[in-house]
Design a protein around this ligand. Structure first.
Ligand code: ADP
Length: 329
């Protein structure tokens, strides 16, 4: 995850929640991608370190566990850059130029010059992030599948050139996160760039206030009009966060105009507060003593360096570039 600061509920539902579960099933590496943050925010790095910490605090709050997983910062594992350089030698330009996000983001992100060498190449850096741990799988949303596919192509090309005595890298699979696109308070996809988010750190009154302003089924104008939770952003939130009993009350009450939107939004807020409270409780410990979080990052980064270093030894051997005399004794 890029280090762009505090996380919102969309990040939780679309990624983090799934990661927390995966820790029990897989050996996981979770990376604060600060180099990737530079692809768009290169001109001002004043907040980048703080943002890396904020992301980490939200991860720990949500339940990522340094006892189970490796939690680390990309820029302190130089092997990512080394592998990126080697991969860039074998990656045809056409492969990166046709990654859909390249053109999309250049069109969508205004006010920043994204015609940089780094921005074009960031999918190759992502490939290196994945390959340097010989990852078998990457948990991603639909929007990231193209990047994993590019990684698979680069893996095949690398193994084809240098895997004379067996494949160096496995082909990683995309583990698709069951894709709920969480709507924000304005009904569009919740996103930091739209200013429509509920943050994982929002206190109860803020959550309730934001929910009050959330858009609803546009056909339900008056309190007496029946509504349809299936076309209502608040209904979408209920489906994700509310229990069965509440869902039944919403369905019945909304369709019969038995309840008003304010009441219905209050129930979503109840569910959110219940979800966020324990996270915010856990976060407090680290906020009060950020050194604890930095200790976790330092230890994780050390573990990541070791794993990545072993891969790089294999890479150098496969490419015939190991250091030292290898001739007859
Ligand atoms: P933002 O749009 O706020 O900048 P990012 O693009 O940094 O968010 O997303 C980080 C992660 O969170 C990605 O895995 C992405 O798929 C997920 N994510 C972001 N917004 C949502 C959303 N509204 N619903 C579901 N998942 C989301």
């Amino acid at each position: 995850m890029r280090s762009t600061g505090k996380l919102h509920l969309g990040n939780y539902v679309g990624a983090l929640q799934n990661w927390v579960r995966m820790q029990d099933e897989y050996e996981c590496f979770f990376m604060v991608a600060d180099w990737h943050a530079l692809t768009t925010d290169y001109a001002d790095t004043s907040r980048i370190k703080e943002n890396s910490l904020e992301v980490t605090l939200d991860w720990l709050a949500a339940g990522l566990d340094p006892e189970k997983s490796v939690i680390f910062i990309q820029s302190h594992v130089p092997a990512h850059a080394e592998l990126h350089l080697l991969l860039s030698m074998i990656t045809p330009l056409g492969w990166v130029e046709r990654v859909p996000s390249y053109k999309e983001q250049q069109e969508n992100i205004k006010g920043k010059d994204l015609t940089t060498y780094g921005f074009l190449g960031y999918p190759v850096l992502m490939s290196s992030d994945i390959m340097v741990y010989k990852a078998n799988a990457v948990p991603v949303g639909e929007d990231q599948v193209a990047h994993v596919e590019l990684t698979r192509e680069i893996v095949r090309r690398f193994n084809g050139f240098y895997g004379k005595s067996g494949d160096v890298f496995p082909e990683p699979a995309a583990l698709l996160t069951p894709a709920a696109k969480l709507p924000g308070t304005d009904g569009r996809k919740m996103s930091k760039s739209y200013g429509n988010t509920v943050m994982l750190t929002d206190p109860e009154p803020v959550v309730r206030q934001k929910l009050k302003t959330m858009v609803t089924d546009p056909a339900r104008v008056r309190r007496s009009d029946p509504g349809n939770p299936d076309v209502c952003p608040v209904g979408d939130l209920h489906k994700i966060f509310s229990d069965k009993a509440t869902m039944a009350k919403v369905n019945e009450g909304c369709r019969s105009a038995g309840i008003g939107c304010i009441e219905c939004k209050g129930w979503v807020a109840d569910a959110l507060v219940k979800l966020l409270n324990p996270m915010q409780e856990r976060r407090k410990k680290f906020e009060e003593n950020p050194r604890l979080a930095w200790d976790i990052l330092e230890a994780g980064t050390e573990r990541a360096r070791k794993a990545a270093g072993e891969t790089m030894d294999d890479v150098r051997a496969a490419m015939g570039m190991s250091l030292g005399y290898e001739g007859p004794k």
